[in-house]
Design a protein around this ligand. Structure first.
Ligand SMILES: O=C(O)CCC(=O)C(=O)O
Ligand SMILES: [Fe+2]
Length: 456
């Protein structure tokens, strides 16, 4: 029976895979006027200096280096200066000023269109100037993810100014995809009034390779979704993949053999999203529905358009992989060493068990009877997290742990044939009636609550 269902889900799963081809970054060069490249900065000696970046000499740039402070980075909530991990100069926004404005120059618009695929969409993004950095000879920044600064933050923009440099390429990695952007080479043969830029989603791991000559001067921006009232911010451009997914889903819902008793479909999201890490906060995941990226947004849009009820959930892998628990919010601040973790989590988070390990369920059927309330059919592999905080070290560009990246799943409620958009028609799962339709999940992808943002 379950293999029949798996067979029916195959075209849907393939359609999602196909939509994932778009890269989670975009890059290029942009022409600007000489006036945009005039940088004013606090020399640290009670006067302000100005340099024209497009014609700055090595001496000018050395003055800029002297006015910078060594760049630190965040390891969990500690601000760390460690020049074996990050060697660069930084200047905070209150110490410099520049005419260059990505919104006025149309760069913000291009990023919205390219990274998010939001051409024709009236809604918007907001850029926040974050820091100026100077990477002189020997400077670098090892692999990290930019620290999330709120649910609405979805990415980063790095603008690289036309000062001659060699090395210092930016390496980007995400989910098996990888690219390198060598700004020194990109800018070398361009007119003096050209900048280079790279924008990427927040969960992209990246590193700056060693600068071997010259100075690489950058300004980084945090990218946010604008605060919109509309419930869903989604790409409007119907790309081919999205159309195919939508058709596959429509066909499936029309097929009476598909989930004859109704049920839950699960999509492990491709991207990670910022979750509040404040203990015992009651922040649900609904807000993140407006912040989905790339193909995650596409799946949500298609399901919503077909009238299906959707929600975001965190799947916790608890008690060393013995149970999977589906929760509406992130769980922070509980003592995870207690024996009764399953019961605690159900009580504090309103979670429900969606799977139990066979041996455990056989030994404690009363637990399964009490907690096992739902089953989920996964279209894209489930993304689960363990609740063991402190197991991983998070390397970010800032010491801040108000938000940490988490793995989230989209759950779609599918009613019985003819009433697909009515979740109340779903025949409740009853553990005592057997495990027939349950596949064992692949737990190999379970991650710690604090995501591992590897250091090498
Ligand atoms: O300069 C770059 O290309 C990236 C810098 C970076 O990753 C950061 O400041 O967090
Ligand atoms: Fe970064």
């Amino acid at each position: 029976m379950s293999s029949g269902l798996n067979g029916l889900l195959q075209p849907l799963a393939e359609a999602v895979t196909e939509c994932g081809q778009k890269t989670p970054w975009c890059s290029g060069t942009w022409d600007v006027s000489p006036e945009d490249l005039k940088l004013y900065f606090d020399s640290g000696e009670n006067y302000v200096r100005a340099i024209r970046l497009q014609q700055a000499t090595e001496n000018h740039l050395e003055d800029l280096v002297k006015a910078c402070q060594p760049a630190t980075f965040g390891v969990n909530d500690q601000d760390v200066l460690d020049e074996s991990y990050r060697k660069a100069g930084k200047m905070d926004t209150d110490r410099f000023s520049i005419n260059f404005n990505p919104e006025r120059l149309g760069l913000a618009r291009a990023i919205k269109d390219n990274l998010l695929g939001w051409e024709d969409d009236g809604r918007n993004i907001v850029l926040e100037q974050y820091k100026l950095n100077v990477y002189g000879k020997g400077s670098f920044f090892k692999s990290h993810k930019d620290t999330p600064r709120g649910e609405k933050m979805f990415g980063s923009l790095v603008v690289i100014f036309p000062t001659a440099h060699e090395g210092g390429a930016l390496l980007l990695r995400h989910d098996g995809q990888e690219t390198t952007f060598d700004s020194g080479k990109q800018l070398k043969d361009q007119a003096a009034g050209t900048i280079a830029f790279v924008a990427f989603y927040s969960d992209v791991e990246h590193e700056v390779q060693v600068v071997t000559a010259g100075h690489r001067v950058t300004i980084t921006y945090n990218l946010y979704f604008a605060d919109e009232k509309a419930p869903i911010l989604l790409p409007r451009t119907a790309n081919q993949g999205a159309g195919r997914f939508s058709c596959a889903l429509k066909d499936l819902l029309a097929n009476p053999e598909f989930l004859p008793k109704g049920g839950l479909l699960g999509f492990g999201l491709k991207h990670q999203y910022p979750l509040s890490s404040k203990p015992k906060t009651d922040i649900g995941l609904e807000n993140l529905l407006t912040c989905l990226k790339g193909k995650d947004a596409m799946v949500l849009r298609a399901c919503t358009e077909l009238g299906l009820l959707t929600s975001l959930k965190i799947i916790y892998n608890v008690e060393f992989g013995e149970w999977l628990l589906m929760c509406d919010k992130a769980i922070v601040g509980l003592d995870y060493q207690v024996d009764q973790v399953l019961e605690d989590l159900v009580q504090y988070s309103g979670g429900v068990a969606i799977w139990g390990k066979e041996e455990v369920v056989e030994e404690w059927p009363e637990l399964a009877e009490k907690f096992w309330r739902k089953i989920v059919k996964w279209v894209t592999p489930m993304k689960s997290m363990t609740t063991h905080a402190g197991q991983f070290v998070a390397y970010g560009n800032q010491a801040e742990m108000a938000y940490i990246y988490g793995q989230i799943s989209l759950i779609v409620e599918v009613g019985i044939p003819g009433h697909r958009e009515d979740p109340s028609t779903i025949v409740p799962f009853d553990f005592t009636k057997g495990r027939v339709e349950v596949d064992d999940p692949d737990l190999s992808d379970s991650r710690g609550y604090m995501m591992d943002e590897d250091s090498d």
